[in-house]
Design a protein around this ligand. Structure first.
Ligand SMILES: [Zn+2]
Ligand SMILES: [Zn+2]
Length: 311
């Protein structure tokens, strides 16, 4: 199980206390200390999950080591160095900071970012950027790329992102980040290094690709979107939404709005093979203490300690 699984997200309400990346306070860099949008952080093995998510307020996540982020409902100053983003859907609380993010990267002389959007969103977002550009009198250079369920995006030699359809009230996608390794094929395992090299030079494919789901991001979805992508249950880390937790909010009604309830998680308890499950995107109707109390009452073992509430 995950070494860091019992850790709760570290609260850093002010970047002043700990500038990410250790930038000097007051220095003219991206790491300049300033009060900013909230970011919680959690270390898991060889990567870090950073983000914040409350329904109808703002949602943004990133994995700095993977150089990738999910959703642009806000954009903490420290996030701008991440060059690639996947937007799950275009509700305001998931996309509103897109123009600001593009503008900041241009201002800081960074490469234009690549932003993957649900296919139907690309053209309207292009139009918005043109209008924002007029208002701001500044260029907004970026690559907007349509994504459809079934797509694969190669981030690097070691990382691939796959796209799956989720079930929300508008076109929406979920994502799995896979670690990719080359593994020597069985039939060549007894050979010496030289023999393998000779085969390779002769054009033989001696290795096969091994994929391991490292992180899954559901975005906003009713449980059908989660069930439709089995890799989400297998990923080392799963970030899911659990917008509703109170028994007074009935799950049947919530599904119509494309969201999940604590009951949905309970119904699927045995299916989560993840080392860490992060529940997030809680409704603003609940207070933090209330969420903890309600979840701990229904799920005292917190999925054997693997469940973290992102509060
Ligand atoms: Zn949302
Ligand atoms: Zn939404």
């Amino acid at each position: 199980m995950g070494a860091e699984k019992h850790h709760q997200p570290e609260r850093r309400p002010s970047e002043k206390q700990a500038p990410p990346g250790g930038g000097a306070r007051g220095a003219a860099s991206c790491e300049t200390a300033l009060d900013d949008q909230p970011v919680h952080r959690l270390a898991f093995k060889d990567f870090t999950i950073e983000g914040y998510s409350r329904a109808a307020v703002q949602t943004y996540w990133r994995i700095p080591e993977f150089k990738v982020g999910f959703d642009l409902g806000g954009q903490p100053w420290s996030f701008m160095g991440t060059p690639t983003w996947f937007v799950s859907h275009t509700h305001m609380d998931h996309v509103l900071a897109l123009p600001a993010y593009v503008a900041r990267r241009r201002m800081m002389k960074m490469e234009p970012p690549t932003i993957y959007l649900p296919e139907a969103a690309v053209e309207p977002v292009q139009r918005i950027l043109r209008q924002m550009s007029r208002l701001d009198r500044g260029r907004l250079p970026c690559h907007l790329v349509p994504t459809c369920p079934g797509d694969e995006v190669r981030l690097s030699r070691e990382l691939v992102v796959t796209v799956s359809a989720t079930t929300h009230t508008l076109p929406s996608n979920g994502f799995v980040v896979w670690g990719v390794r080359k593994k020597l094929r069985e039939e060549y395992q007894g050979l010496s290094g030289e023999e393998i090299r000779d085969l390779r030079l002769a054009g033989t494919e001696v290795a096969r690709e091994l994929r391991i789901p490292r992180l899954a991001y559901l975005g906003d979805s009713s449980p059908e979107g989660l069930d439709a992508c089995p890799a989400m249950y297998e990923a080392d880390v799963l970030i899911l939404e659990m917008t509703f937790v109170s028994p007074s909010h009935r799950k049947e009604r919530i599904h119509k709005f494309g969201h999940m309830h604590l009951d949905d998680l309970l119904d699927r308890k045995a299916r989560f093979k993840n080392q860490l499950v992060i529940a997030s995107h809680f409704s603003t109707r609940y207070r933090t203490r209330q969420i903890r109390r309600l979840v701990e009452r229904r799920l005292p073992d917190m999925l054997d300690g693997r469940l973290t509430l992102w509060l």
